[in-house]
Design a protein around this ligand. Structure first.
Ligand code: AMP
Ligand code: MN
Ligand code: MN
Ligand code: MN
Length: 273
């Protein structure tokens, strides 16, 4: 229930992603590109052709105070005006942000990264830190994309740029107005102190959030139990998703993660019977 394509920072086209799902026996797959639904039409055609069920989705970048959160919308209608306009408004800031990221690299002596990152991005308006990381690998500045984040792109590092994304309440409104279900992506990645974590979960719920990711390629396996407990205690549905970005970059292919514990109610129980 969480995968990327070349319409954002994935390495496979929407068609290739669906082909991978079909080849590996995945019966239902969500395409959840960052801040865009542009790949859903192509993915839908491939899915119909190959007999795979596509769950149309999106992963929205959100600013909650100074913290960036990711909220996945599942079963969204990409033609819904509020969602389409909202996503456009957050995409609009990306190019300018990328220029500032490149300035951060220049300050530590790594020049001309904007051109390099853009060359790595098929969808230029969705240029992201991932594309900078890939460019750095290409030019031999780091050994892999993880090292690019650890050394330069993660919060607090020289090429990190604070950015204002969508508000949490507004992102959830867009998802819900388009008929979708809001899922908090990889909650274990935000490194919030317990009090802030509880406040964030309360806000998420208050604004209409219904599910959290428990089993995800963006959690370490030892984190699954904790987020399972959080889902149970806070009454959230649970989701499972590879957060797949492509071969060689994501350890886990779609459909390969462990199943959700039977005590959880999967988010797809809302639509799959
Ligand atoms: P952006 O939306 O431009 O901030 O890029 C965010 C993307 O960068 C995420 O969706 C991940 O694909 C990737 N990413 C973020 N943090 C890391 C990290 N620490 N290691 C590897 N990839 C990361
Ligand atoms: Mn990503
Ligand atoms: Mn994410
Ligand atoms: Mn993701």
């Amino acid at each position: 229930m969480h995968n990327h394509s070349t319409r954002s920072d994935g390495l496979l086209s929407p068609t290739q992603l669906i082909e991978l799902a079909a080849r590996t026996g995945v019966d239902a797959i969500a395409l959840t590109d960052h801040d865009t639904t542009e790949g859903l039409e192509e993915a839908g055609r491939a899915a119909a052709h190959l007999g795979v069920t596509l769950v149309p989705g999106v992963e929205i970048s959100v600013s909650w105070g100074a913290t960036t959160l990711h909220v996945v919308g599942l079963q969204v209608d990409p033609s819904a005006a509020q969602l389409a306009e909202g996503l456009r408004s957050i995409r609009d800031g990306r190019l300018e942000r990328a220029a500032r990221i490149a300035e951060g690299f220049a300050k530590v002596g790594i020049e001309s990264t904007l051109e390099g990152a853009l060359a790595c991005a098929e969808n230029k308006e969705m240029v992201s830190r991932t594309h900078f990381a890939r460019h750095l690998v290409e030019r031999g500045a780091v050994k892999d994309t993880q090292a690019a984040f650890d050394k330069y792109l993660a919060k607090g590092k020289p090429a990190y740029v604070a950015h204002r994304w969508a508000g949490l309440e507004e992102a959830l409104r867009w998802i819900r107005a388009s008929g979708g279900v809001a899922v908090l992506a990889h909650p274990g990645r935000y490194e919030l102190k317990p009090a802030f974590r509880d406040e964030m979960l309360a806000d998420f719920k208050r604004f209409g959030g219904e599910a959290i990711e428990v089993v995800t390629g963006s959690h370490r396996p030892e984190q699954y139990a904790m987020w399972q407990r959080v889902a149970e205690e806070h009454g959230f549905l649970a989701s499972r998703g590879a957060d797949y970005h492509g071969p060689g970059e994501s350890p886990c292919e779609p459909g390969r993660l462990p199943a959700l514990n039977a005590s959880l109610t999967p988010v797809w129980s809302k639509w799959a019977h």
